[in-house]
Design a protein around this ligand. Structure first.
Ligand code: BEZ
Ligand code: FE
Length: 293
């Protein structure tokens, strides 16, 4: 293939890719090349703009590390994460909705007994969280695995704190025989997504803020049910209508109840203020796996 031009280049690339034995990869690349070329044609991409784009993607890659996942931030701030989640988690009404995973989940969080405090030594207002995990059929799901992670009172996750080598504000709990879970933590605040890198510059150039409303992350797994990755957002918190990563769903906004004083779920009296949250999760049945090879 020689002398390719504006009209013929797209088909030439698609044909060159067509001998792959992986049908799904072929379809993905066909569509990707077509859309990428259409994009360049539609906006009449200049060489200077193309160079800026390549430099931007290079910067996104170079700032990445195991604890700084700029490509996730890029996907999230462009709404791609929310789109992919929406089209892959169409569930019956009544199931708890999914939302973005984000870059701050880490493997091997500590497994703590129900009722434990997962934020020992972290400053902030005590928060007692509880609820139940059930299936969409109404059945209680015993022993569901509930992974939780959150920012602190200053809006930072443990992995963002230099020199901190312990887990803070994250844990894995196992629900009891009745699907009930309960634990203690501190109330997290709204926070800006990391914005000292290329994605932050992009947001600034677009006159967008980097803030996320206050939330608690959950990942819930149980045999026979679809894994649920979601958040619970604080009712009447800031940024619910302008989340930098488009993750808010009305059904995930709940009352984080303030108590001037009183008795917590462990039966302990507090003379100083604390919050409580009561939130149930409803899981969908697992779909049959679809293979694409
Ligand atoms: C988070 O909620 O942890 C998060 C999600 C998307 C981008 C940045 C942070
Ligand atoms: Fe978060």
């Amino acid at each position: 293939m020689k002398n390719l031009d504006e009209r013929t280049i797209t088909q030439a690339v698609i044909e060159r890719n067509s001998s792959s034995g992986n049908e799904r990869l072929k379809d993905v690349m066909h569509s990707l090349v077509q859309h990428l070329h259409s994009f360049a044609r539609e906006i009449e991409l200049t060489e200077e703009e193309w160079e800026i784009g390549i430099k931007f993607l290079t910067d996104v890659g170079q700032i990445c590390s195991p604890t700084r996942q700029e490509f996730i931030l890029l996907s999230d701030t462009l709404g791609l994460s929310t789109l992919v989640i929406a089209q892959n988690h169409k569930k019956p009404v009544g199931c708890t909705e999914a939302t973005v995973f984000g870059p701050f989940h880490v493997q091997n969080a500590p497994r703590l007994p129900l009722g434990s405090n997962m934020s020992i030594g972290v400053k902030g207002t005590p928060w007692f969280v509880n609820g139940q995990v059930r299936g969409i059929d109404g059945k209680v799901i015993p022993y569901a695995e509930i992974e939780v992670w959150q920012a602190d009172d200053d809006g930072f996750y443990d992995v963002q704190k230099e020199g901190l080598n312990e887990y803070q504000g994250r844990a894995i709990f196992t629900a009891d025989q009745e699907g009930k879970y309960y634990f203690e933590t501190i109330v997290p605040e709204a926070y800006p997504i990391p914005h000292d890198g290329p994605v932050g510059k992009m947001l600034e150039a677009l006159n967008r803020h980097p803030w996320r409303p206050a939330h608690l992350h959950f990942m819930i797994s149980a045999p026979g049910y679809e894994r649920l990755v979601t958040h619970v957002f604080k009712e009447s918190g800031e940024y619910l209508d302008s989340d930098a990563v488009f993750g808010v769903r009305s059904s995930l906004i709940a009352e984080w109840t303030y108590h001037e004083n009183g008795t917590d779920q462990n039966g302990q009296f507090h003379a100083t203020p604390f919050y409580t949250l009561d939130f149930d999760f409803i899981l969908n049945h697992k779909k049959e796996a679809v293979r694409h090879d």
